[in-house]
Design a protein around this ligand. Structure first.
Ligand code: 0A1
Ligand code: ZN
Length: 857
């Protein structure tokens, strides 16, 4: 048995809190080893709880790793004995009406390695309270349905002292902040440190001026401009597209080096992993710039979807996350290209969410039980959560979507809401019954959509059949509502039926199109209109036809993708040669200068090795990662030789003249140029890449050249040169660590990663650095699954080592093992052995205990 007996929490057992909180006042006397937190909390019995009104409810406060110094109720000292998870104030001790609880506790931020609660990073104090970190700061009702205004006083000799809301007082070694908007404790934040600000302002649509600050460590102030620009664009976009304005005098963003996740939407004081704030052309790639834009927007958008309207309980996490991801995706699409953004999002969804949905960690978008909520910040909750909203919007239409959202904000502002509340605003706006649609929230697993067709007397019929395999704890999968966007092309390649949204609700359903002169070519699931796996016998000719003619950019790309997969599959299973039809189809597309370079770059990108393993497994074939790796390399070479005449020209044409700018057009050209370089490297033995590496004035081109060289087994000198140049830059060095593992030869992958963990700069307590090596290991599929099992062992060793310090990150990393059931018996034994070894570790965290138990079943 582990230290903390695992307790499962169920959605069905939700109970309103016994008490509500009218207001909170906190004082922090900061000290690395002995911070004092004084709290004054005004409680009232919850009118929704009769036992509390009758004076019969105890008040249970959450509190973890706190040293209680003193406690009082209405000024009278009380003698309470905390346990490991909090303390209970017996009903008999509580006044009948409202009362004030005062407590003083001591905590040690310098010793907090879990990076949850109040902790220190490079001498700076910061907090992370989602999901249940506030209980490590003081005794509280640490649950999202308890919302209160906060007043915070910070006492410290550090120059910058920040908390939520507006600044209300400042003095020597002192600052006071007041947040008028009631919020749950998970949105609390405090920062204190020696920081500098990149400042700007924003005037809202109603004419209010908001001070904007991006706070960073001295020396980093030159890397904040893009984050600030993204913030201002996000603020404007939310006003224009969702009618949402910002609601405080000040908006602060702080960059922190030690952070478990990407960023956190604390009210008025967003805290970011510095990786998603700091950027300069020399140090950040185009992908980094795009991610910064997206994450800055994401956290800002939470101000309405998450903060003003929050979640009743943690089962409703997708209420804020799915919606906010959907909003940030729409924003990025508007800022850049919708077609390209959609393809990138679907690539990501399939790589992470479909993979999760197909394995032992599958869970509904709204889970109904958990042991550790931190284990549910997943691709399913976030990305499938966003897909579900995208489907809802497709089903009701843009206008109804906007009306429903207006109603949502009007009806639930200031509340902690549920998925039922969310669906109800759509039902009330449209008159639709969404009970079947709700299955997308409650049922796990990715539906398979089988399609056949026939054509007779000018009438073309599509027959659909949906089926979802059982997932852990859910055997039955009733049919779901699936919006299927379909268009038809005639044999000349002209569109004869423009996109129509078919609404499938049955297990089997057919749709006909009449009055056609000839049998059309269907373009099904345009724009990836539902997160399903489409299964249709499609000839290579038909895919090539769609690759050349489809008017829907997503499906045009998808046709190329399908072809590539078909080709790779035959190469892996039959040792076939790369199909000429695929090679010439891609060539034709690349030669089409009317097409967006970013789109062409995506069309040139081959399916990942993990994607191929997933595809083979789904087809009933046991994937062999080394064969997949070899086939993919062969196909790259075949593409290179097919395109040999084109590549040098493309490489030159796509050069972006002048100073680096991170805009989508320039980034798209660099992406295509980089893709061309990766192939060219296979023809010129790395000469062009070496030249580019030496000359590059931006990180995109420098890193692209290095990756291209490593991919053909070269680049030793460049690796050294890169290290010499960038040794002092933490974020750039993360890339250096990661690239070497990613591109290591399969048999050398574990040894490369192990060697890098010996590097003096391998600070394993820093999550970014830990992930740069140990997260890159599973991303090198053939290296991770090397038959020796060395990578499995190495990863398990490090997870076991990290767990006592940082359970959250250790548990997240363990999902690398979730695909064990795909592989052959030997690999299964090795992976399950590694998982078993983790599970048997004495004192394992609740986080990792739950993850291993779920994976091992
Ligand atoms: N709400 C944040 C993500 C986040 C979640 C948990 C964290 O610590 C456990 C930190 C951040 C977001 O969606 O951006
Ligand atoms: Zn979020």
């Amino acid at each position: 048995m582990t230290e903390t007996a695992a307790q499962t929490i169920h959605l069905a057992e939700y109970q309103p809190p016994s008490h509500l909180i009218e207001d909170v006042s906190l004082t922090f006397r900061l000290d690395p080893k002995a911070t004092r937190v004084l709290s004054e909390i005004r409680f009232v019995p919850n009118p929704a709880r009769e036992d509390a009104l009758a004076g019969k409810a105890d008040l249970r406060l959450d509190g973890v790793q706190l040293k209680l110094i003193s406690a009082a109720i209405d000024g009278n000292p009380v003698d309470v004995t905390p346990d490991a998870t909090g303390l209970t104030l017996p009903a008999a001790l509580l006044p009948a009406g409202p009362f004030t609880w005062e407590a003083e506790v001591e905590i040690a931020p310098a010793e907090n390695t879990a990076l949850e609660g109040l902790y220190m990073s490079n001498g700076m104090y910061c907090t992370q309270c989602e999901a249940e970190g506030f209980r490590k700061i003081t005794y509280y009702l640490d649950r999202p349905d308890v919302m209160a205004p906060f007043r915070v006083r910070i006492e410290s000799d550090l120059p910058v002292l920040l908390s939520n809301g507006n600044p209300v007082a400042a003095g020597p070694e002192l600052a006071e902040w007041e947040d008028p908007w009631p919020k749950p404790a998970y949105l609390f934040a405090l920062v204190a440190g020696d920081l500098v600000a990149h400042i700007d302002r924003f005037v809202t649509r109603s004419g209010e001026t908001v001070d904007l600050n991006v706070w960073v460590r001295p020396g980093d102030e030159g890397k904040c401009a893009y984050a600030m620009d993204s913030l201002k664009r996000a603020m404007k976009w939310d006003e224009e597209v969702y009618g949402r304005e910002y609601d405080l005098d000040i908006f602060n963003i702080v960059a922190v080096d030690d952070f478990n996740m990407g960023a956190m939407e604390n009210k008025g004081l967003n805290i970011f992993n510095s990786k998603y704030v700091l950027a300069s052309p020399e140090t950040a790639t185009d992908d980094d710039f795009a991610r910064i834009e997206a994450i800055i927007a994401h956290e800002y958008f939470h101000n309405w979807t998450g903060n003003r309207i929050t979640c009743r309980d943690w089962f409703q996490l997708c209420l804020k996350e799915g919606l906010t991801v959907f909003r940030d995706q729409s924003f990025s699409g508007d800022m850049r290209s919708h077609a390209v953004k959609r393809i990138e999002d679907v690539l990501d969804l399939r790589a992470r969410q479909f993979r999760e949905d197909a394995g032992p960690l599958a869970h509904p978008v709204r889970p109904d039980h958990y042991q550790e909520i931190n284990n549910f910040y997943t691709a399913t909750v976030y990305d499938k959560g966003a897909e579900v909203i995208a489907m809802l919007k497709r089903l009701v239409g843009d206008d109804a979507y906007r009306k429903a959202l207006d109603l949502y904000f009007e009806r639930h502002d200031g509340e902690a809401a549920t998925i039922e509340d969310w669906l109800k605003v759509f039902e009330d706006t449209t008159g639709r019954d969404l009970s079947q649609f709700k299955r997308w929230y409650t049922d796990a697993g990715t539906p398979h959509l089988k399609v056949t067709d026939d054509f007779k007397d000018g009438s073309y019929t599509l027959h659909f059949e949906q089926e979802t395999a059982p997932t852990p704890g859910q055997a039955e999968k009733p049919p779901r509502v699936i919006p299927i966007a379909v268009g038809l092309l005639n044999p000349n390649g002209d569109e004869v039926v423009p996109t129509q949204m078919l609404e499938m609700t049955e297990a089997k359903q057919s749709f006909s199109f009449d009055g056609l002169a000839a049998r059309p070519v269907p373009s099904i699931l345009r724009g990836f209109s539902a997160p399903v796996i489409l299964e249709r016998e499609t000839s290579a000719e038909e895919r090539a036809f769609l690759l050349a003619h489809d008017t829907d950019p997503f499906n045009r790309w998808e046709a190329g993708r399908g072809l590539a997969k078909q080709v790779l599959l035959r190469m892996v299973t039959e040792g076939a040669a790369p199909a000429p039809g695929y090679l010439s189809g891609i060539e034709a597309l690349l030669r089409d200068n009317g097409l967006d370079p970013a789109f062409r770059a995506l069309a040139l990108r081959l399916p990942s090795e993990d994607d191929m393993a997933q595809t083979l497994h789904a087809a009933g074939i046991t994937p062999d990662p080394s064969r997949i790796h070899a086939a993919r390399q062969d196909l790259q070479r075949a593409l290179a030789s097919q395109l040999s005449a084109l590549l040098p020209a493309l490489y030159t044409e796509m050069a972006v003249p002048g100073a680096y700018t991170p805009d989508a057009a320039a980034a798209g050209k660099r992406a295509l140029r980089g893709a061309a370089l990766a192939l060219l490297t296979r023809l010129d033995d790395g000469a062009t890449a070496q030249g580019q590496f030496a000359k590059a004035d931006n990180m995109t081109e420098q890193l692209g050249a290095l990756a291209a060289l490593l991919d053909i087994g070269k680049g030793t000198d460049e690796v050294t040169a890169f290290e010499t140049r960038w040794r002092a830059d933490r974020l750039v060095m993360d890339k250096w660590f990661s690239l070497q593992v990613l591109y290591a030869a399969p048999e050398a992958c574990a040894a490369t990663a192990a060697r890098l963990t010996e590097h003096p700069d391998f600070d394993w307590k820093n999550p970014n650095r830990f992930r740069s090596v140990l997260g890159a290991l599973p991303a090198n599929a053939a290296g991770f699954h090397d038959p020796s099992g060395a990578s499995y062992r190495l990863l398990a060793d490090w997870i076991i080592r990290l767990d006592p310090l940082n359970p959250q990150t250790a548990a997240r990393m363990s999902s690398a093992f979730e695909t064990w059931a795909r592989y052959d018996g030997d690999r299964q034994d090795l992976i399950c052995g590694a998982l078993e070894r983790i599970r048997q570790t004495p004192g394992l965290s609740r986080d990792l205990n739950e993850m291993t138990a779920r994976m091992l079943g």
